[in-house]
Write a new protein. Structure first.
Length: 528
């Protein structure tokens, strides 16, 4: 295997973790002192001349022995133990939700929605947007595991103590605060709390003009980094700073409104907000990226029309033209290419997005979907695994990893993936009991794990909550359970109002048992 900069860096980090470098330096200092003392005392004690040379020889021979012991043995409060090695993910391993593998010194954090202290309750989107902006910055740091927006925002409006919140989210520290907006002024308070002891680690209040909110977000992120004593590379330092923002406060306001609508599933209204932001500032790359995503999501979750397909393509190209080194713009471009069935081009965009931002969830997740639609299940599983490592609490990534690995994995690997998916879903449903989409995904995992009765119970419950958003997954759960007629009924109903992706269904291993069924073939033909 060739020696690369990455491998050398990894070896250096392992030397640091095992304290080999520290032991080597300490040994050298002690050895030097001993030799100096020996050279003075030995002649005074009338010891032969060769005794000093013998001491030097012992010191030299002992040096590699000390390094080997430092590498192999770990000193713990219970005494010396063989070093077990740093926790690392194996190529096909999945992180445990809420307990991600991380190196020594890494921390996990949740950013709670900032409390809206403004007189106008309609400003809720603005305070939520402030919290999300900080969360997105922290997500760019591999040193931190950050609870997803979906998880942390589930505690909005709930009067729970922070220790309980930290325990439920599986994080070490919590950022909370408030926003008061009045005219062109904004007052933002932020405080970092130790989730285990409820101790304040840092707090600050910012009184600024509204146009200075980006600098406030930068300062909050920097203060968190300093408080947690994270060491950043120059690239990571740049990653958490504001880029491609707008100087038009109203354009930013529309952008935040657009994201708020999109998170609530109202893609059409979100799209109108992004369009308003673009009208205010045609050079606002993030607004173009948001508009592209909205058009793409409408095609994925609603009706795929030629107009939306064309606009997804146009807006994503425009975003990329304005911000060629913005990872999110490449991810948006890739998603637009996926809905237009241009998979190979999409793969290239996702690859570029990941190179620019290795912590970008969307880059891995949508790359996985593009690969899956082409039947490249092994590569897709790798992407979904990476997405799960970044967001251990994401049900979609865990579910699709499990589905992809069924195409090539061993029964044991499939079972472990299904159990992991069930665990992630159960944790998510504890926070979001009415999330039909997550419930339907968990239903498929339960059936795959052999818990058929419970899986079908989840499927029926999800269908009753919101059949339109989860019909496809419900159909998959039924066909997995052997209830072919019910599965095809739901699939046909879904096909009657939604332009489903035929290539996805053809590559989905859930439908393996009915590939040649006349009704299944007829449904596929209706999608042409």
């Amino acid at each position: 295997m060739p020696v690369t900069q990455k491998s050398l860096s990894g070896f250096y980090q392992e030397l640091k973790r095992r304290k080999v470098i520290r032991v080597g330096l300490a040994y050298a200092v002690v050895a030097w002192v001993l030799v100096e003392i020996g050279s003075v005392l030995f002649p005074a004690l009338l010891l032969p001349d060769w005794s000093v040379r013998l001491l030097i020889a012992f010191v030299i021979v002992g040096f590699p022995v000390a390094l080997l012991l430092a590498w192999a043995v770990e000193l713990t409060p219970e005494g010396p133990k063989a070093d077990q090695g740093a926790q690392r993910e194996t190529p096909d391993a999945l992180p445990v939700a809420g307990q991600p593998a991380r190196e020594e010194g890494f921390r996990s954090i949740a950013v709670l929605p900032l409390l809206n202290m403004s007189n106008d309750p309609e400003n809720e989107y603005f305070s939520d947007g402030m919290a999300e902006e900080v969360l997105n910055r922290l997500c760019k740091l591999p040193q931190l595991t950050v609870a997803s927006r979906t998880s942390s925002f589930s505690f909005k409006g709930k009067n729970l103590d922070l220790r309980t919140v930290a325990e439920r989210l599986g994080v070490d520290v919590i950022l909370e605060g408030s926003v008061r907006r009045s005219g062109d002024r904004v007052r933002i308070t932020a405080q970092l709390i130790d989730g285990h002891s409820d101790r304040h680690l840092w707090s600050e209040t910012y009184e600024r003009d509204l146009k200075d909110v980006f600098s406030v977000q930068d300062e909050i992120a920097q203060n968190i980094v300093q408080t947690l004593q994270l060491s950043l590379t120059p690239k990571q330092q740049r990653a958490i700073q504001t880029r491609y923002a707008t100087e038009d406060v109203e354009a930013y306001d529309f952008y935040l409104r657009g994201r708020d609508y999109v998170y609530r599933g109202n893609f059409e209204q979100g799209l109108r907000m992004f369009d308003q932001a673009i009208a205010r500032d045609p050079g606002y790359a993030q607004a173009w990226s948001g508009a592209a995503d909205a058009h793409s999501w409408i095609c994925q979750w609603g009706v795929r029309t030629p107009e939306h397909l064309a606009k997804a393509d146009e807006c994503s190209r425009h975003a990329l033209g304005l911000a060629p080194d913005l990872a999110q713009a490449h991810a948006s471009r890739g998603l637009a290419l996926v809905v237009n069935s241009r998979y190979e081009e999409a793969e290239a965009e996702f690859k570029q997005a990941i190179e620019l931002d290795p912590q970008l969830f969307d880059g891995y997740y949508y790359a996985g979907r593009a690969l899956f639609a082409q039947g490249k299940h092994r590569q897709a599983a790798g992407m979904f695994r990476q997405a799960s490592a970044i967001r251990p609490d994401d049900v979609a990534a865990a579910t699709l990893y499990q589905t992809a690995i069924e195409a090539y994995g061993t029964p044991e690997e499939v079972r472990e993936a299904a159990e992991h998916c069930i665990e992630v879903t159960e944790r998510h449903m504890a926070l979001h009991p009415d999330d039909a989409l997550a419930l339907s995904r968990g239903a498929c995992a339960l059936v795959a794990a052999g818990e058929i009765a419970r899986g079908l119970e989840w499927a029926e419950k999800a269908y009753a909550i919101n059949h339109k958003i989860c019909a496809y997954n419900v159909a998959c759960a039924f066909v997995r359970a052997g209830n072919t007629d019910r599965a095809l009924d739901v699939l046909a109903e879904h096909a009657s109002w939604s332009n489903m992706d035929r290539s996805w269904i053809e590559k989905d291993v859930d439908w393996q048992s009915v590939r040649d069924h006349p009704r299944f073939r007829a449904i596929l033909d209706s999608l042409d």
